[in-house]
Design a protein around this ligand. Structure first.
Ligand SMILES: Cc1ncc(COP(=O)(O)O)c(C=O)c1O
Length: 384
């Protein structure tokens, strides 16, 4: 066990040792530009092709539907701007919800400046879109809908198959984008069953490298590039591919997707240890679980009455336990989590909310040590 108890796996994960050593191998021996016509280029291109095949296989799609990007943020930007612009002659109405990651919400806000009617619908109490509100907004002019599959702050899982069927029954031409950054490798994601057109992925959430991700684009989906240049990625995403990172992503994807059940059982066990320890210690109304009961168990959002999350986080850090107060982006700006605010939770639940996010690398001892630390710290830092 390392000295640090790392429970912030939704922000990023520690790279798998196998991934790091494989990336090293590619960096040293396969450093050619995959677009070059010489032997070194050809070798790098082979690595790229194999990576594409590996990622495609995990999603049960075709390799020519996988496009590598610099991560989840770029994938979301491309999906939303690229599909909105490509379909604007058919309509300019776009729908998402307040439960989304900023890389989706900010694209929606930005697209208003291009004349799109970009609507952000209500969030329900679990941290997912409000289904009724989302569905009732869909019209013949809705060319794009975008939703998150596993919420990064609460772990809430969207029932995608049902929602997509409902969307398509109203407007079968709407392009459907899913932000699966927190879902990929954590819950099964079979794109033969989930009828989405575009899906965003990121490598560093699955023990792969940072700055690498992918966009699944179903064949015949209308989308245009946002990066223009040398015509890489079948002319859809220019820029020399980061071959070592992409290979690292593929290796991480392979490992994590082969271990979904095992990892999920593990994080379920860790969650139940933490919750049962806290249940035994705190009286009712002293602490709250903000994640819905059927959330992905690797993400647990909890708050303590009369405790400021920042203060709790700092005390935990002094004990070498790393958690977060929400998504990494909003916590640095010291802002209230937009998802928890959109969930309409009372102030006492939002101001004291911390997010614990586990991975298959965590241990039961760590979960127990975390619970012990909470029991020691919380009574000391309550402000009333
Ligand atoms: C749901 C979700 N979407 C998108 C992103 C952005 O991914 P990246 O950090 O690879 O840009 C994140 C990262 O926190 C996320 O949690």
């Amino acid at each position: 066990m390392s000295d640090i108890i790392y429970f912030d796996n939704s922000a990023t994960t520690k790279i798998y040792p196998e991934v790091l050593s494989e990336m090293n191998r590619i960096y040293s021996s396969f450093f050619g530009n995959p677009s070059s016509l010489h032997r070194l280029g050809g070798e790098a291109e082979k690595v790229l092709l194999e990576s594409r095949e590996i990622i495609a296989k995990t999603l049960k799609v075709s390799p020519n539907e996988i496009f590598f990007t610099s991560g989840g943020t770029e994938s979301n930007n491309w999906a939303i701007k690229g599909a909105a612009r490509a379909n604007k002659r058919r309509g300019k109405h776009l729908i998402t919800s307040g439960a989304e990651h900023p890389s989706v919400l900010e694209c929606f806000n930005f697209l208003k400046s291009e004349g799109f009617s970009a609507e952000i619908t209500k969030t329900d109490q679990s941290g997912l879109l409000n289904r009724e509100n989302f569905i009732e907004k869909i019209t013949d002019n809705t060319t794009l809908t975008s939703f998150i599959l596993v919420n990064n702050e609460t772990g809430a899982i969207q029932k995608a198959e049902e929602l997509i069927a409902a969307i398509r029954s109203i407007n079968k031409n709407t392009v459907i984008h899913i932000d699966a950054v927190q879902a990929y490798g954590k819950i099964p994601l079979d794109l033969r069953k989930i009828d989405a057109d575009i899906v965003s992925l990121s490598a560093h959430k699955i023990h792969g490298p940072k700055g690498c991700g992918a966009l699944y684009i179903r064949e015949n989906t209308r989308i245009i590039p946002i990066l223009h240049g040398g015509g890489q990625e079948n002319s859809y995403r220019s820029g020399t591919e980061n071959v070592p990172a992409i290979w690292g992503f593929a290796i991480a994807a392979k490992i994590i997707n082969e271990n979904i059940d095992e990892n999920r059982n593990k994080v379920r066990r860790l969650k139940s240890i933490v919750i049962s320890e806290l249940d035994k210690f705190f009286g009712s109304g002293e602490y709250f679980v903000n994640s819905p009961p059927d959330a992905y168990e690797g993400i647990v959002n909890i708050s303590f009455k009369n405790v400021k999350a920042q203060v709790l986080m700092q005390h935990l850090e002094a004990e070498s336990i790393i958690v977060s107060t929400g998504s990494a982006c909003s916590s640095r700006k010291n802002m209230q989590s937009h998802v928890l605010s959109a969930m309409n939770l009372p102030m006492e639940r939002t101001e004291g909310a911390i997010r614990i996010s586990f991975s298959g690398m965590n241990t039961e001892d760590e979960a127990l040590m975390f619970a012990e630390a909470i029991k020691k710290i919380v009574p000391k830092i309550r402000y009333r």
